[in-house]
Design a protein around this ligand. Structure first.
Ligand SMILES: [Mg+2]
Length: 443
């Protein structure tokens, strides 16, 4: 493995030297033939058949609708696999869902796509939080559904309080549902250690309960016995995952996503305090952090396969213009900035600070060192949100952002970012398109 790694570095360096000045263009075959003499079968695959590109697939609306697979997805993954059923190119699944563990999602995908998928190929909305160790030792309140305690634990959080546990500690706080009110007056909780941060994984089941308890925690400085006056500001850190306003399940109309829940929380907080709710981190698509984490996993996968060529081009396939296409295009812009300004070579702290201002969780990108791809190309499919919901403003000069911009409050609306590089019918056509662009002949 070490030998392979060293050979890979040498090969990468040589490749870079040959392609200098035209970074996204392949060296002519004759030159490559000479370069690769003697190392033509790295990783058991001849160098001609090793990929220098990778796929980022969205899941809902691209591969599945609710629990039902989209037929084109199986076709697409047949094209991506070799005769032994192994993927021939690096693939990660980047989804804004987050109510499960990566392992569970990988098992579901394996069953649907009939290809073995590992948890290291899955980026859920909350996965990049593992790169924020500064919060892992804080006492955190977690909101969402599914195994939230286990999810938080897997990400590195050590002192976790769920909404249910908080409700149990303070039974008089949750009063909307009369049937859930305590029948008798409960004893006072006196030994509660204050919450130090709030982590919002995804849409919870009983919104009124979560909205009430999170507001109580923010207005009380972490110990929901009484609201402080004036309310502490800045409030304790809030980390949020998945900003999607809508998502596509089996119904013909899009459904409320976590973005809708966040809007409720932001408005309640502002109404109560007169101030803006602030996020320490916003992760999940379209956040740059999520794409950077996905690229990190693509490189890791390529290395594990023993594929020696550096990954130069990423293709992000999704159904939601405001999440998948906006995110891929934003990341493409970010990659261009890195390469144009030599951010990598300089360490890029000034640029990181500037980006951190625009994108609150950008600072953790310093944890992703190493090379970056040259580009991230967005491909929109018509099997999900896009087909059913024309949310791309046709005229950017009109004041349409208030009524149709479905992105998050803290993301600047740039109409050009919701335009996909290509629009195709389904994921199978998207794979064909990429193979054609890459002149790639699957074995
Ligand atoms: Mg989707």
């Amino acid at each position: 493995m070490a030998l392979l790694k060293n050979t890979g570095s040498l090969l990468s360096a040589t490749y870079r030297a040959v392609t200098r000045g035209r970074p996204s263009v392949w060296a002519p075959w004759s030159t490559r033939e000479r370069l690769f003499t003697g190392i033509r079968r790295l990783g058991g695959v001849s160098i001609e058949n090793q990929p220098s590109f990778g796929f980022l697939f969205d899941i809902d609306g691209v591969l599945v609708r609710g629990r039902s697979p989209i037929p084109a997805a199986v076709k697409a993954f047949k094209k991506l696999s070799d005769c032994h059923g192994k993927l021939q190119v690096p693939v990660v699944f980047v989804t804004n869902s987050g109510n499960c563990l990566r392992k569970t999602r990988a098992e579901e995908l394996s069953a649907v796509l009939q290809v073995e998928i590992s948890q290291d190929q899955v980026v859920l909305s909350h996965s990049p939080l593992c790169m924020l160790p500064q919060f892992h030792k804080k006492r955190v309140l977690v909101s969402g559904q599914g195994p939230v305690h286990e999810i938080a634990n897997n990400l590195g959080f050590q002192d976790i309080v769920t909404i249910d546990a908080l409700r149990e500690a303070f039974p008089l706080l949750d009063m909307v549902d009369h049937n859930r009110r305590p029948k008798e007056k409960p004893p006072l909780t006196v030994d509660f250690s204050p919450i130090e941060a709030v982590v919002l994984f995804g849409e919870p089941i009983r919104w009124e309960t979560s909205l009430q308890l999170i507001t109580d925690v923010l207005l009380s400085g972490g110990n929901p016995v009484t609201w402080l006056s004036p309310p502490p500001y800045p409030h304790i850190p809030v980390l949020a995952c998945n900003m999607d306003l809508m998502w596509m399940a089996e119904a013909k109309m899009p459904r409320f996503g976590h973005g809708t829940f966040l809007i409720c929380l932001e408005h309640i907080y502002k109404k109560m305090t007169g101030r803006e709710l602030k996020y320490e981190a916003l992760v999940g698509k379209p956040s740059i952090v999520t794409y950077s984490y996905a690229e990190h996993l693509i490189r890791q996968q390529s290395e594990q396969h023993g594929w020696a060529l550096p990954i130069q081009r990423l293709y992000a396939i999704g159904d939601n213009p405001m999440a998948d296409i906006y995110g891929a295009n934003l990341y493409n812009q970010h990659l261009k900035t890195i390469h144009q300004e030599g951010l990598q070579a300089k360490g890029g702290h000034a640029d990181v600070e500037a980006m951190n201002h625009a994108h609150p969780s950008f600072g953790c990108l310093e944890n992703f060192s190493g090379n970056h791809a040259q580009s991230c190309t967005s491909i929109l499919v018509c099997t999900g949100v896009y087909r059913n919901h024309g949310d791309v403003p046709s005229d950017p000069n009109e004041s349409v952002t208030e009524t149709v911009f479905h992105g998050h409050r803290d993301f600047h609306f740039d109409p050009s970012l919701v335009e996909a590089s290509s629009i195709v019918q389904d994921v199978s056509e998207a794979v064909d398109l990429v193979f054609q662009k890459e002149n790639w002949c699957p074995v």
